[in-house]
Design a binder for this molecule. Structure first.
Ligand SMILES: NC(=O)c1ccc[n+]([C@@H]2O[C@H](COP(=O)([O-])OP(=O)(O)OC[C@H]3O[C@@H](n4cnc5c(N)ncnc54)[C@H](O)[C@@H]3O)[C@@H](O)[C@H]2O)c1
Length: 211
């Protein structure tokens, strides 16, 4: 990853985004990281700096398409290329029977988990198509693949993100981007949660590495 440049969204929490950003930086990449929460985002940047890596931060909303475009433009302005992106920002919901789900819950999870990730991917792909290379990973969920009781809005948003990724992968293949693995969709979060539930230490780091 040395000399590569990328974006990680939702990198401020104590979870997968921070672990991903640290993993990329530890492998020698420069990362432009974002989160809606400023302080934890700065903490991620501080951890990367302490480890000798390079991180720049942008605070914003990962469901905002204009912000996605700005992040891609900023990456190119800083480092000339966008080699990779990990669209990870996402929110969960409280388990609720389907018939009691509010429309506002559907709106909230779709706005970030599905539309946000797709907007980021759209602008990342535009830059990668221009360059002729690049790789994108979107964090989906096993819950999106298999479903979980009471989580239909979340499950559907994650499935949408996953399917959107594979459609983009076909498009990218046609435009002669590195077709194999240009866009991959992962269910890593829950997979790792289940696999590592007996040994939680390092769980997120392992998830990030699998990504
Ligand atoms: N933890 C799991 O077991 C699991 C399982 C399946 C999928 N996932 C997915 O993995 C991703 C990361 O989850 P996590 O468990 O590391 O959670 P987390 O809460 O640690 O990280 C999510 C981050 O996204 C940020 N965020 C929330 N709304 C945002 C917005 N509008 N704009 C920008 N940033 C925003 C939060 O501030 C937080 O830092 C999510 O997409 C989640 O759905 C997690």
């Amino acid at each position: 990853m040395s000399g590569k440049n990328g974006i990680v969204t939702g990198a401020g929490g104590g979870g997968i985004g921070r672990a991903s950003a640290l993993a990329f930086a530890n492998a020698g990449a420069r990362v432009l990281i974002m989160d809606i929460a400023a302080e934890p985002l700065e903490e991620t940047a501080r951890l990367i700096g302490e480890a000798g890596g390079t991180a720049e931060t942008m605070v914003g909303d990962a469901s905002d398409e204009d912000f996605a475009a700005q992040m891609v433009a900023r990456t190119v302005e800083l480092w000339e290329t966008l080699d990779f992106a990990h669209n990870n920002a996402g929110i969960g919901i409280a388990a609720t029977p389907f018939a009691q789900q509010e429309r506002s819950t559907w709106d909230r999870v779709f706005t970030l988990n599905a539309f946000g990730a797709m907007s980021f991917m759209k602008h990342e792909l535009r830059q990668m198509e221009k360059q002729g290379f690049g790789a994108i990973v979107n964090t989906s969920s096993m819950s999106g693949k298999n479903g979980s009781p009471g989580l239909s809005p979340y499950d559907a948003s994650k499935w949408t993100a996953a399917r959107g990724s594979s459609v983009s992968s076909e498009t990218a293949g046609r435009s002669r981007l590195r077709a194999a693995g240009v866009v991959r969709w992962l269910h890593d979060g829950s997979f790792c949660t289940h696999r590592l539930s007996l040994r939680r230490v390092g769980r997120y780091r392992r998830c990030a590495h699998r990504s």
